[in-house]
Design a protein around this ligand. Structure first.
Ligand SMILES: NC(=O)c1ccc[n+]([C@@H]2O[C@H](COP(=O)([O-])OP(=O)(O)OC[C@H]3O[C@@H](n4cnc5c(N)ncnc54)[C@H](O)[C@@H]3O)[C@@H](O)[C@H]2O)c1
Length: 340
């Protein structure tokens, strides 16, 4: 396999971690990102081509320039709440964008694609653990766009011979273990980055929505997977489909759940800061539990999470937060790694 791969959304949180893993595995990642949410400083393991996936001419130009063998497709708008009030933007960016990308890939002879899907395609789960065969009933526009993108990829594969790995992530969390990069969101909505911001005094308190769920402490349960483990799943998936084993749809999670309260308690322990919390009612559309049955990823790819225990996840996020705070203050040489 030619080792050049195109990474849409390569300046984003997950995309940048995957680029680091790609480079460590002998690939040259070319990031293609419009920087609407990503950070160009996190593109360090290959070139950055600034562009929008809806810009077909620019996409074709970049594909002709680098001749990538595969596309890893992360570019997406990702905020569930925003998708409810701005569905047009989500369909345009995510669904139309993926349509443009698939056509450009087809025109340029790129046959392999790894796609970032989400547990949001399942909607309200019928079972404690969610396997890939669970019914697909997304409950918000973000989830609808992810399912539409999945279906488009499967249809293109059936008709035009695309090889694909659709990876349905549960909660991506943590940061690069050496704190070189981490979350890059312009607006944080994920619990761990928010907790880190409260811990360092950037925010007053953390909101906990729903304390009457059927879980031991009443808060909602989620499956957190370390972003470096997630990155490794992409390398394995890319190699798997590169051998002609296309058409994979896999959950990427740990098969273990943690309550929101567990995560808050862990953040207090790791950061040694009080982290005030405010409880409120459930948010509509939030399932009480989302935990992957991730056995298939282990069986088919040999994937095994190494960093996804909650303490490692939170500690890596904290190291990154401390470094980011130091960098933002123009003080790169602070001994962030020794702070915990
Ligand atoms: N973070 C999670 O827990 C999670 C869970 C499930 C699925 N996902 C999926 O993983 C992918 C990456 O998510 P993330 O958390 O890294 O988000 P992110 O916002 O950090 O990354 C998305 C990147 O895509 C870029 N982008 C968006 N629209 C674009 C467009 N039209 N053209 C070019 N670039 C564009 C952004 O600038 C950003 O760099 C997304 O597809 C998301 O739906 C994330």
């Amino acid at each position: 396999m030619n080792s050049t791969v195109l990474v849409t959304g390569g300046a984003g949180y997950i995309g940048s971690h995957v680029c680091k893993a790609l480079a460590a595995n002998g690939f040259t990642p070319v990031s293609y990102d419009n920087l609407c949410s990503g950070n160009k400083d996190h593109v360090r393991w290959g070139p950055l081509e600034v562009g929008d996936i809806r810009d077909r001419a620019r996409l074709s130009q970049v594909m002709k320039l680098y001749r990538p063998e595969a596309v890893l497709h992360f570019a997406s708008l990702i905020r569930v709440g925003e998708s409810v009030v701005k569905p047009a933007e989500y369909y345009d960016n995510n669904v139309f964008g993926t349509f443009c990308l698939l056509n450009a890939a087809r025109k340029n002879g790129i046959r392999d694609m790894v796609f970032s899907s989400s547990a949001a395609v399942y909607g309200m789960p019928d079972t404690d653990m969610i396997a890939e065969g669970h019914p697909l009933r997304p409950v918000n526009p973000y989830g609808h766009t992810k399912l539409a993108m999945e279906n488009m990829i499967r249809d293109y594969a059936a008709a035009y011979g695309l090889n694909y790995a659709i990876l349905r992530y549960f909660n991506a969390a943590g940061a690069d273990m050496s704190a070189e990069i981490g979350t890059a969101y312009k607006v944080d909505t994920h619990i761990i980055p928010l907790l880190m911001r409260v811990a360092c005094g950037d925010m007053k308190e953390i909101g906990i929505f729903g304390t009457d769920y059927p879980s031991p402490d009443g808060t909602a349960i989620r499956d957190y997977v370390h972003v470096q483990d997630l990155a490794e799943a992409h390398i394995l998936a890319l190699r798997h489909i590169g051998k002609g084993n296309g058409r994979l749809t896999l959950n990427i999670g740990t098969s273990a759940g943690h309550s929101v309260q567990d995560v808050v308690d862990m953040a207090r322990r790791v950061t040694k800061r009080p982290i005030p919390a405010r409880t409120g009612p459930r948010r509509s559309g939030d399932p009480h539990q989302l935990v992957a049955d991730a056995a298939q990823a282990g069986k088919l790819l040999g994937w095994k999470p190494l960093y996804s225990d909650l303490q490692t996840i939170v500690a890596s996020a904290w190291r990154w937060q401390l470094r980011k705070t130091a960098l933002d203050a123009g003080n790169e040489d602070i001994k962030y790694a020794r702070a915990i």
